[in-house]
Design a protein around this ligand. Structure first.
Ligand SMILES: NC(=O)c1ccc[n+]([C@@H]2O[C@H](COP(=O)([O-])OP(=O)(O)OC[C@H]3O[C@@H](n4cnc5c(N)ncnc54)[C@H](OP(=O)(O)O)[C@@H]3O)[C@@H](O)[C@H]2O)c1
Length: 329
């Protein structure tokens, strides 16, 4: 495993990490989840991602139980939660000081932990002043509930604003952002956030590297029964994922993967890893065999030479004009 700095912080995160969205609680039971986490851990994954919203809190309960039962050393792990969608009451959601503090305490109880390493604002909350949220996140850190805080899917302007407020008020600034990043969705990480990497030392923990499985090629000929897109309550994902032009792109990418002697999933993950502004690629899986396969993506990175990279780019045909920190640039 390769370990990368989380932005300009001193924290090291495994380049591939593991998250529980959709899977833990809704798709896999605790035994299957434990198997997946064990394989990731055995491959050197130290960062496990979660959120208060996942499976209504059940995902945190499962992950907490698994970590307890495995007896893993807490200091070897980086565990996160994300706060925003806590419940149905008017004060059980959003980024008010009340929900940030109450939501984090409830998440810690479910995780059976004294602290999380990372806590995120899961989305921006336009109804709460940014200073209130920055104070609340800073409070979490000053009081030992978390070590670093960050955002998820905030605009670059909002992240910069939070940073400025923190500096002005002598509070703790955000360390990382959690954006979607994959071959089909790259604009924000590569272009919008580009100035923030140097200006404020922003780290990125990126999500859906396989576009919910699309970039494995598993949807090339329809929807397998045991896949995410076949799940009840996730039909909405079908509209985003199953677009004919995207499927055509994936079919072409599969020929590149064949030539490299890897799977399409491994190629897609390796492509994310090539971007040095990515601190960690958060993977997801519903089966142990997927974790095994995905962890091998680290070995594929070095097989992508300049010519292959150019071939991939011509297939994707979506390269943002500025692509600042890919290898060799
Ligand atoms: N901050 C946010 O707003 C946000 C949003 C989404 C996710 N996240 C985080 O990012 C993590 C990863 O996101 P994601 O789960 O969407 O990642 P992803 O890599 O895009 O999709 C993972 C899914 O693809 C399928 N898959 C994975 N590897 C495969 C393989 N080798 N072969 C075939 N199918 C494979 C599995 O689904 P099936 O087997 O069911 O088809 C798996 O659950 C989440 O767990 C969560 O921690 C954060």
């Amino acid at each position: 495993m390769e370990y990368r700095s989380l932005g300009s912080s001193g924290l090291k995160v495994s380049a591939l990490s593991f998250g529980s969205w959709v899977t833990f609680g809704d798709q896999v039971d605790v035994d299957r989840a434990a198997e997946c986490m064990q394989i990731a851990y055995d491959h050197g994954v130290n960062f496990f991602d979660n959120a208060e919203a996942y499976a209504g809190g059940q995902s945190e309960r499962m992950m907490g139980t698994i970590i307890q039962e495995k007896g893993w050393t807490r200091s070897d792990l980086v565990v996160s939660t994300k706060i925003f969608w806590g419940g149905d009451g008017p004060n059980d959601r959003g980024l008010s000081r009340k929900h940030v503090v109450e939501g984090t305490k409830a998440a810690l109880e479910r995780l059976q932990m004294d602290y999380v390493d990372l806590v995120y604002c899961h989305r921006p909350d336009r109804q709460t002043p940014i200073e209130e949220t920055v104070r609340a996140m800073s409070f979490l850190i000053e009081n030992g509930y978390a070590f670093y805080w960050g955002t998820s899917e905030w605009s670059a302007d909002a992240i910069r604003h939070a940073h400025e407020v923190a500096r002005r008020e002598h509070l703790v600034p955000p360390t990382m952002e959690q954006p979607q990043y994959n071959m089909l969705h790259r604009e924000r990480v590569e272009r919008e956030y580009a100035p923030l990497y140097d200006d404020i030392g922003l780290g990125t923990t990126t999500w859906s590297p396989l576009a919910s499985g699309l970039l494995t090629g598993k949807y090339n000929d329809g929807i397998p029964d045991d896949s995410r897109l076949a799940m009840e309550n996730y039909e909405w994902l079908q509209d985003q994922v199953l677009r004919e032009e995207q499927l055509a792109t994936v079919r072409e990418l599969s020929t590149v993967a064949d030539d490299l002697g890897c799977s399409t999933a491994q190629l897609a993950l390796a492509w994310c890893l090539l971007n040095e502004d990515v601190s960690t690629v958060i993977t997801g899986a519903s089966k142990p065999s997927q974790v095994e396969e995905n962890m091998q993506a680290l070995d594929v990175v070095d097989r992508i030479d300049d010519a292959t990279e150019a071939r991939i780019e011509s297939i994707l045909d979506n390269e943002p004009a500025a692509r600042p920190n890919f290898r060799d640039q």
